[in-house]
Design a protein around this ligand. Structure first.
Ligand code: SAM
Length: 425
């Protein structure tokens, strides 16, 4: 057997297996996931933990070194010619969170949309031999790969199907649980039709440009959310594909992303970022590690003109923009003025370096006012007790009067409503 040295210095054989113990690496991966969940005030359910400790993730990552196979990171398995990710084995932490949301039990029938093999094996552990797991993917190569990995790892009982997940897998329905592991923009009718009474659907759904994994259950003619998690997924292909609109603000360096029908006159924004910058600070602070992804969704769903700003590393380094984070910072477009949430700044008291403050930057004719609009809306989320969102999904023909009060998003098949009940934190 030939050996080679990796950049990390591990000795690997030609197939990519390093000289470390997979069991020890797997334990370390699980401990890391438990710690990350604890930081966010969440718990990894015992069944999910046991499945993570059992399934040999490295067998679903052939050609990848053991350390990488057990790192808490996504493993990209397919890209298009432009380097856009088409398929991957999802990061274990995200998988653990979504399996917690799914709450699959022994003996249940589960459909997974989007295959990698690994998550299907975890599902097989969760439902046991009395249950059934069907995993489907639109890409024949992905299905073939998942099939081979599942067989190799001893999960021959998982069913693999090659088809567009938009239509589910009617021949094997109903399912007690449906878990979608690809970024969706809408909830197609098949998912609801194929979900058993009392069933649960977990789906990474994009609303106003932001993807959250929602656990949904039936409730009086609609679906209601039970929990949500921040996540990122490759976008759905096939009949359910839906692209966001990207507006180049400064060549390729800064892009404004619009979703769910938002419109903009791109030409009127040319050169905007080189005009003078106004700023507004909120007095709202955050301790390091404290999550605030719900604030992003709050801004996206409560501000008309909300969008997201993404920038290249170079644009940030040379100070063209200073967003909270590089890819997908909340932004607000009012006419030809653009505001975005600023990189958090230290509070200045120096007493606690772990605390920083939210603020907004803006460019354009109304820069000071729009920066203040964004800052004020950040303050409102905080004053409301940092509420968490709820999502409900209603049939497309539901009249406005029958919808709850909130941000209504008209999709192809459903009317989604995001509401912000008073915080119970
Ligand atoms: C993130 S990967 C799935 C990861 C996997 N569940 C795992 O075990 O980690 C997303 C997959 O969704 C697939 N996909 C994209 N659009 C799809 C569609 N309409 N129906 C079924 N699969 C789709 C892609 O080909 C890709 O393989």
């Amino acid at each position: 057997m030939t050996t080679q040295r990796t950049t990390s210095g591990d000795v690997e054989d030609a197939a990519g297996a390093s000289n470390q113990d997979p069991q020890a690496l797997r334990s370390a991966m699980v401990e890391g996931i438990i710690a990350r969940h604890q930081q966010l005030g969440r718990v990894v359910p015992p069944g999910v933990e046991a499945a993570l400790r059992t399934v040999p993730r490295h067998l679903f990552a052939p050609g990848v070194g053991l350390e990488k196979a057990y790192a808490d990171d996504v493993l990209v398995t397919k890209e298009n010619e432009r380097g856009v990710h088409l398929s991957s084995v999802s990061a274990p932490n995200v998988i653990a969170g979504m399996l917690g949301q799914l709450d699959a039990e022994t003996g249940q029938r589960v459909l997974e949309i989007g295959s990698g093999g690994y998550n299907a094996a975890l599902l097989a552990e969760l439902v046991g031999p009395e249950g059934s797991v069907t995993t489907m993917d639109i890409d024949a190569e992905v299905v073939e790969r998942a099939r081979a990995c599942l067989d190799r790892a001893g999960y021959g009982r998982v069913r693999t199907v090659c088809a567009d997940g938009e239509y589910g897998a009617a021949e094997f329905a109903p399912f007690d649980r449906i878990i979608v592991t690809v970024g969706a923009w809408d909830l197609p009718p098949a998912w609801l039709e194929q979900l058993a009474e009392g069933g649960r659907l977990v789906v990474p759904l994009r609303t106003k440009g932001l993807t959250r994994s929602w656990a949904l259950e039936r409730a009086e003619g609609h679906l209601a959310s039970r929990s949500h998690l921040m996540c990122g997924f490759v976008p759905m292909q096939g009949a359910g594909e839906h692209r966001r609109t990207g507006i180049a603000l400064h060549g390729e360096e800064v892009t404004l992303w619009l979703d769910d029908g938002a419109q903009v006159d791109a030409a009127a924004l040319a050169g905007l970022l080189t005009t003078p910058r106004a700023e507004a600070w909120t007095g709202v602070t955050r301790r390091k590690g404290e999550p605030f992804s719900d604030q992003d969704l709050w801004l996206a769903t409560t501000l008309p003109g909300a969008c997201q700003l993404a920038a290249s590393q170079q644009a940030v380094e040379r100070g063209l923009v200073a967003p909270t984070w590089r890819l997908g910072t909340p932004a607000l477009l009012e006419g030809t003025t653009l505001a975005y949430r600023a990189k958090l700044r230290p509070t200045g008291s120096g007493e606690d370096p772990e605390i920083s403050e939210f603020g907004a930057y803006a460019h354009g004719p109304e820069a000071a006012a729009v920066a203040e609009h964004l800052a004020a809306q950040i303050r409102r989320w905080h004053q409301a007790g940092s509420p968490a969102p709820r999502l409900s999904a209603h049939p497309a023909d539901t009249p406005d009067a029958a919808l709850p009060e909130g941000c209504v998003l008209d999709k192809r098949h459903t009317r989604l409503v995001i509401t912000w009940p008073e915080s119970d934190r």
